[in-house]
Design a protein around this ligand. Structure first.
Ligand SMILES: Cc1cc2nc3c(=O)[nH]c(=O)nc-3n(C[C@H](O)[C@H](O)[C@H](O)COP(=O)(O)OP(=O)(O)OC[C@H]3O[C@@H](n4cnc5c(N)ncnc54)[C@H](O)[C@@H]3O)c2cc1C
Length: 248
């Protein structure tokens, strides 16, 4: 049985027609950056729930979440119509293993690869001290369809200013061409070596950890490529250099 706590919408930001962020005040159990919880609405007498990564840093309120809405299902669309003061049910106990605390083999490089709203757990991590304590260099490879979908740019700019030698942002845009971004998909550019050329460093199993999140196609293809290069899944009791989570 899920324990639900009543959350109250503090704010909603509509970035585009199909992307928005919600800030929700909710007294949930402490979480580790990278974890998710479930959000639910009571729709026609039924509690409809889905998991969502927590984008905000641990220990801060309100909690923040980042959503894509152009979907068949009810929940994301209904959440997009929220206004301040609305109730959203929040699973009291966050969960998930896509966290830096689960990495037993810190290396020189941490590479975070995300598509769309899959960037949320990494934004939470990047706002904590952990990546900067565990790794010399941190890269965020973030793929969106169009530039307008590429959000949280101010936060990334602040990280680049704070860690000019240690943080690299590599934006991918699949449906537009734009200076300063890579055109196409993460697995293709990983396979061809172009991704690493743009990062200015090679991803090697003996000194790198790669975390992936979002579209299952991207995750599966990129993981397969990295596994052929000697990367292994990070599992409890079996440390590896790959951690990943698919959103569907
Ligand atoms: C661990 C975990 C964490 C998640 N975190 C987030 C998050 O932070 N933000 C978020 O928007 N979603 C997230 N999701 C997906 C989310 O749980 C729902 O599946 C999504 O909101 C669709 O729910 P729905 O009921 O509105 O539509 P549904 O009818 O259930 O839509 C399902 C279909 O929508 C597509 N889809 C689902 N999620 C996305 C997405 N994020 N972007 C593009 N297409 C998608 C897939 O094709 C999927 O089959 C997460 C999923 C998991 C498993």
């Amino acid at each position: 049985m899920t324990d639900w706590v009543k959350g109250v919408v503090a704010d909603i930001t509509h970035w585009t027609d199909n992307l928005f962020s919600l800030s929700i005040r909710a007294d949930i159990a402490p979480f580790t950056a990278g974890q998710y919880t479930s959000l639910a609405l009571d729709i026609d007498g039924e509690r409809v729930a889905q998991p969502y990564s927590i984008l905000s840093a641990p220990g801060t309120q309100p909690l923040e979440f980042f959503f894509y809405t152009q979907l068949e299902g009810d929940l994301s669309r209904k959440l997009s119509r929220s206004v301040a003061g609305d109730t959203v049910w929040v699973q009291q106990q966050p969960e998930g293993t896509l966290t830096l605390s689960g990495i037993k083999t810190p290396g020189r490089n941490l590479c975070l690869m995300a598509t769309g709203t899959g960037v949320a757990p990494f934004i939470s991590m990047l706002q904590t001290d952990l990546p900067w304590q565990q790794f010399e260099h941190v890269a965020l490879v973030y793929a969106a369809r169009v530039w307008d979908d590429f959000q949280y740019r101010e936060l990334f700019a602040a990280l680049q200013a704070k860690y000019p030698e240690r943080f690299t942002l590599l934006p991918f845009i699949s449906r537009e061409r734009r200076d300063g971004t890579l055109h196409g998909h993460i697995p293709d550019k990983l396979r061809s070596g172009e991704l690493e050329r743009h990062l200015g460093r090679e991803l090697k199993a003996d000194d790198s950890h790669v975390m992936l999140c979002g579209n299952p196609g991207m995750v599966k293809d990129a993981v397969t490529i990295l596994q052929t290069r000697g990367f292994r899944d990070n599992r409890p009791g079996q440390p590896g250099q790959l951690s990943y989570e698919s959103y569907w």
